[in-house]
Design a binder for this molecule. Structure first.
Ligand code: NDP
Length: 392
């Protein structure tokens, strides 16, 4: 039996992962489940899968979780320390599906404990790509992309000569505001941004899809995962979200990965890797779909994407700062403190500050330095929001 941990089990990716595990319970043994505030879901899953260890990310939820599981022999813990302890449990495979930079350390620890890491948490690669790759190498474990685009690239590259790759094209649905004018987007509310036309995802990643911050993170993630140069990563708007990614080779050929907008394909691919097993996802009827549309992304409407390429040029720790500033700006947008387009303005202002201070260039990618830069990004973003009354 494959021993599994699921970090971020109560979220959209975590639940899709457990859906696949539930269908083949004789193949898997769930050892660890972690969640946040959704204790009902965490406990329901704990009673179903009977893991050894269940953790909530929040210390103030510990007592309630402990009481809810007091009639079982499941070990309960809370907080970042609890999640890190759970990440040290030895398993064969771990799903990294915590949202945000909080997913970085558990993912690193899971790899250090010998787990192949299924990586939904793109923030880990954005903030700490070199460290993630080094940890995977040193512990001889696989880093298996779960973002549908990166899973698509990974699949298109199987058996191919990496040196023959000219470019990688990530597709973007265009999010909730694809057909909105710049003026309409400027006035968009968090509620409007949290509705995705094609994918059913958590609130934060859905809003990031509307701003294309999600795609921006994916551009950086692709560069880090596949060791590409900035110019080798392209973005193409494709409203149907069925072509997830394309890989272009030096002979002019393009290999596209096509599939339904259902994360269980990419999750299942990572779960079954290196095998391809049956997955319960829709089979596309291409004749019925009829056509696929494509267009270039509008960088004026989506400055987040332009900034991602600045990050690639800046290098060093700028990915950690970019992601951290984005997380703070997103919090402020969700709290109705800033407008939709202000998110990118804040991140840009933070990037300018680290560029001027020249503090992004250092290359010692240890966890302590990365967390330090994450802290600087958050602090600068909060200062930008506070000092600039136009955002308030
Ligand atoms: P959700 O918001 O649905 O779930 C996030 C999970 O993380 C929940 O279990 C949540 O707990 C937990 N969590 C929240 N904050 C913390 C914290 N500070 N520490 C520990 N755990 C925490 O997100 P998604 O499942 O949509 O996304 C998860 C990751 O996967 C993100 O990085 C996202 O970018 C990526 N991804 C998601 C896709 C999707 O289709 N959803 C597609 C590709 C990538 P609780 O809810 O109990 O509070």
């Amino acid at each position: 039996m494959k021993r599994l941990s699921v970090f971020g089990a109560t979220g959209s990716i975590g639940q899709s992962t457990l859906d696949l595990v539930r269908r083949n319970k004789d193949l898997y043994c769930v050892k660890v489940l972690t969640g946040g505030r959704n204790l009902d879901c965490l406990v329901r899953n704990a009673l179903e899968f009977r893991p050894e260890f269940v953790v909530t990310a929040h210390d103030d939820c510990y007592q309630e979780l402990n009481e809810m599981l007091s009639h079982t022999d499941i070990k309960v813990a809370a907080g970042a320390n609890g999640i890190n302890e759970a990440a040290s449990v030895q398993v064969n495979w771990a799903m990294s599906a915590i949202v945000g930079a909080a997913g970085l350390e558990p993912g690193l620890r899971a790899m250090q404990a010998g787990a192949n890491l299924a990586l939904a948490n793109k923030e880990s690669m954005v903030a700490a790509g070199p460290l993630m790759r080094q940890t995977s190498r040193e512990n001889d474990v696989a880093l298996l992309p779960v973002d549908s685009e990166h899973s698509g690239v990974f699949q298109a590259l199987i058996g191919e000569d990496r040196k023959a790759v000219e470019r990688v094209i990530l597709t973007a649905s265009g999010g909730a505001f694809r057909d909105w004018s710049l003026e309409e987007i400027a006035a968009a509310t968090p509620e409007q941004a949290a509705t995705h036309p094609n994918w059913d995802m958590g609130q934060r990643v859905t809003i990031d899809s509307a701003s294309l911050f999600n795609k921006a993170l994916e551009v950086i993630e692709a560069k880090e995962l596949f060791d590409l140069k900035p110019k080798q990563v392209e973005v193409l708007v494709h409203p149907q979200s069925m072509i997830h990614a394309l890989v272009g080779f030096q002979d002019g050929g393009l290999m596209a990965h096509i599939g339904p907008a259902d994360m269980r394909h990419a999750i299942g691919f990572a779960l079954n890797y290196p095998n391809r097993s049956y997955l319960p996802v829709e089979r596309l009827d291409l004749a019925k779909i009829g056509q696929f549309d494509f267009s270039a992304p509008d960088l004026e409407k989506y400055p987040a994407l332009r900034l991602a390429y600045d990050v690639l040029d800046l290098g060093g720790f700028s990915g950690a700062v970019y992601n951290a500033a984005k997380e703070i700006a997103l919090d402020a947008f969700i709290a109705h403190r800033i407008g939709f387009l202000d998110m990118a303005k804040i991140v840009e202002a933070v990037l300018e500050r680290i560029f001027v201070k020249n503090i992004s260039k250092e290359n010692n990618f240890c966890l302590e330095n990365i967390l330090n830069m994450d802290h600087i990004g958050r602090t600068y973003a909060r200062e930008e929001i506070e000092k600039n009354s136009k955002y308030l």
